[in-house]
Unconditional design. Structure first.
Length: 90
């Protein structure tokens, strides 16, 4: 089975954009609780970290995360397709 690299990358980028929006909304509404929750996820105390959510950092993140995710998932699909082109030994 081959993956359609462009569709896979765009789907991943769209999912990253939605998750980024949800995360930014959580930080805007409840920054301390969001930071505490993120710390629990990675077993770390993040309370000393500053949360600097401005319009500029929001826009940069909304562009950078989906684009980076899309490029990464495009690469994953391309490598997967390349590896599945080879005959299976055995």
């Amino acid at each position: 089975m081959k993956l359609e690299t462009r569709a896979f990358a765009l789907a991943a980028g769209a999912a990253a954009a939605i998750l980024f929006l949800l995360c930014a909304l959580a930080v805007a509404i409840a920054p301390a609780a969001t930071t505490a929750f993120a710390g629990e996820l990675i077993h770390a105390d993040l309370s000393g970290l500053s949360r600097n959510l401005t319009f500029a950092t929001f826009v940069i993140g909304l562009i950078a995360w989906p684009v980076g995710t899309a490029l990464s998932f495009w690469l994953v699909a391309a490598v997967y397709n390349r590896l599945t082109d080879r005959p299976v030994a055995g």
